[in-house]
Structures are given as C-alpha cells and as structure tokens.
Design a protein around this ligand. Structure first.
Ligand SMILES: Nc1ncnc2c1ncn2[C@@H]1O[C@H](COP(=O)(O)OP(=O)(O)OP(=O)(O)O)[C@@H](O)[C@H]1O
Ligand SMILES: [Mg+2]
Length: 366
C-alpha cells in the first residue's frame, strides 16, 4: 500500500534548477514512467523520492505523510539503478538475501522471500550460481529480485534496462510488466526510451527541462498530445512538422502546406480551428503512420500528396519513405508492396483525422 504525492517539488544544484516545481499524484499500485530527454530531471526527481537527494522546495508525501525529512532507509522504497552492481563473490541467493540478512531477518523468512521472488522472476534454478555465470538479462533479474525480496512500499527504477542489448531489453520489459502484475507494488520508472514508457506505464509523465509537459495514459499522449514537445517526443519515427496556413473556402477549411498542397480539414475539427484561418505561426503535425500510400479509398484523393521519394528504408513489414515539402523533410510509412524506390513518385494519402495544429508561439496544440 503506497500512494506517493509530489507537491511543487524543486531541486536546485548551485546555478542549475534541475527540477522546477513538479506536481504529481501516484496512486497505490500504479506504474508510472517518467520519460524525457537527457538532463530533464528524471533521475533527480527519483532520487528525491528515494531520499537520496535533499529537496530544495516543495513536498514529497507517502500515504499522506510528508517524508521530506525521513532518511532513505526509513522510507521503505527499493531503488534499482542503471548500473546495478551484484556482489561477484556471492551466489544469486546470497545477493538477493543480502539486505534481509543485514536486517537480521529469520533464516526461514529470508528463504521464503528469496524463493518467492525467484519464482516470480523465473530464476529459481540459478540461485546457486555466481553473477559471472549469468547472462545480462539474468543478472538484471537478480537485481530486480533484490528489490522484490524487501517487499517495499514503492519500487523506483532508474533506467534499469539501458545496459541491455535491444532484444534483451524487449524481453526484460515484458518481464517487468509481468512482475508488476504479480506484486502490484507502486512503481516509478525512469527512462528516456519512449517505447519503454508507452509499453510499461499505466500513466506516462513527459518531462522537459525540469517541468512536466503532460501526464496521461500512453494512448492519450499518442493521440492527444497537448504540446509540440510531447507530439514530437512520443511516437517513432517522430511526427512530421510543417509550417502551414489555414484557408477557408465555401465554409470548409483547408491546411495549405505549399503552393500545390492544400489538404481538407475534417469538418469535426472546423469549429476548433476556424479562429486561426489566415494567421501566421501555425504548424501542421502528422505522424508517418498517418501518411501511407494512397490506396484509392481516400475519397476523391481527399488528402493526396504526391511525393518524390528521396530515401526508401524497407523494414520488412513496412517501408519508411522520406521526401520533401518545401525543403522540409517528411517521413511516410508505406506498404512494402507500394513500389517505393529512390527517385520514384508515389501518391500518399494524408489521414487528416489524425492531424494536429500547433501554435508555434506557445508550443501548444490547438
Ligand atoms: N549533483 C549534481 N550537481 C549539479 N548538477 C546536477 C547534479 N545532478 C544533476 N545535475 C543537473 O541536473 C539536471 C538534471 O539531471 P538528471 O540527472 O536528473 O537528468 P536525467 O533526466 O536523469 O537525464 P539522463 O536521461 O541523462 O539520465 C542536469 O542538467 C544535470 O546536469
Ligand atoms: Mg538519469
């Protein structure tokens, strides 16, 4: 049982303000992921929650009790770092039980907890081995096991997967999700990998320069980003951004991207956008996956864009294509059978139901 609240949390290091007033309520049993570019304050936030870093302002509360002055060992939280170090001379069992032995837990209680954690992590047959006899992913699980046996109120993970190769990372991601489904401990995970954030989180917290840009379930961040930063950060390949103008003709709106390209805005959005007709400083945003080849079902070439392909990257299940609109590089995702080749012309169909309009001055999605 643990509910964690951050209130106007601030951290200053000499002249840098690493965390600039964060408000976040983490529910009991929730899995929250802090994601953002390098240096945005993720680790600092996590370390403040753990008590490893003093707060410069604001409050941290656990189950309603302010813990600002509670030392780390009394917060009942277990942190797993990116560079988790296992004791090389100890077996897996000894590594996992080390903390409990220090606290003089009874032997049978230690054995019960270690065996239970090993079962959850599927490393029961490795308990007698030394770390050097384990693969990277198995070592990672032992590090998680050390946290699990403590049965803490909160798990804090700081990029626990970033040292693993791509395949193992995907495996361990699933592993972490499975563990959380079993133990249901409130978890705060930190990553700069947006795919990890999306796949693991109940809610994702997107951070940028010490502030929170947006908090929401993964699908909400993907479909309804509130700022240009979130729109560009979530999703891979990243959303395309193009300067645009809104035009009105016979009551219908169009987004003009170039002399030749003006795409029809869906009537459902007309109300929201109408006040911005004709003004400067607008950016059109569309994800590559909403820019596939025209399959003739777009209705009178509704959002047709004729692309001259500069680069084609076949990925097997799809092909990424890169072309230009007014000098700006744009990425589309087409079927491997669409005939995408360097230099070829291809008609694409822009899925305007998924478009975004951004006010450049404020960085907000309209
Ligand atoms: N002990 C420190 N002294 C001074 N500045 C620090 C200290 N720790 C962190 N910072 C600064 O605070 C800011 C946030 O750092 P933090 O480690 O929280 O970033 P992060 O989001 O975890 O980044 P990364 O993805 O690279 O791990 C950075 O500008 C960093 O240089
Ligand atoms: Mg960090």
């Amino acid at each position: 049982m643990a509910q964690v609240s951050l209130r106007k949390l601030v951290k200053r290091f000499d002249d840098t303000e690493a965390v600039r007033g964060i408000d976040l309520d983490i529910a009991d049993k929730e899995f929250v992921v802090l994601v953002g570019p390098s240096g945005c304050g993720k680790t600092t936030t996590l370390r403040m929650i753990a008590g490893l870093e003093e707060v410069s302002g604001g409050e941290i509360a656990v189950d309603g009790e302010v813990v600002n002055d509670v030392p780390p060992k009394d917060r009942d939280m277990a942190m797993v770092f990116q560079n988790y170090a296992l004791y090389p001379h100890m077996t897996v069992f000894e590594n996992m039980s080390f903390g409990l032995r220090l606290k003089r837990y009874p032997k049978d209680e230690i054995a019960r907890r270690v065996n239970e954690a090993a079962r959850i992590l599927d490393i029961a047959e490795l308990l007698g081995r030394k770390p050097r006899q384990l693969s990277g992913g198995q070592r990672q699980r032992v590090a998680m096991g050390r946290a699990i046996v403590r049965n803490p109120k909160v798990f804090l993970f700081d990029e626990p997967l970033s040292n693993l190769d791509a395949k193992l990372r995907v495996q361990m991601r699933t592993e972490i999700k499975r563990v959380h489904q079993k133990v249901r401990t409130t978890t705060v995970d930190v990553t700069h990998d947006q795919v990890e954030a999306m796949t693991l989180a109940d809610r994702v917290v997107v951070m940028n320069r010490g502030r929170i840009e947006q908090i929401g379930p993964p699908n909400e961040l993907y479909h309804a980003p509130r700022t240009r930063f979130v729109a560009g950060f979530i999703g891979s390949p990243a959303m395309n951004f193009l300067p645009c103008r809104l035009e009105e003709a016979n009551g219908a709106l169009r987004v003009r991207l170039s002399q030749d390209i003006a795409l029809p805005v869906p009537p459902t959005r007309a109300e929201r956008y109408r006040a911005h007709v004709g003004r400067d400083g607008l950016t059109f945003g569309l994800r590559p996956e909403h820019l596939p080849e025209d399959r003739g079902n777009g209705g009178a070439h509704a959002g047709a864009i004729d692309a001259v392909i500069e680069v084609a990257e076949p990925l097997g299940m799809e092909t990424l294509i890169f072309f230009r609109i007014n000098e700006v590089e744009v990425c589309g995702r087409v079927s491997p059978t669409a005939g995408a080749r360097e230099g070829a012309r291809l008609r694409l169909c822009a899925g305007l139901d998924n478009m975004h309009l951004i006010d450049e001055a404020s960085g907000h999605v309209i």
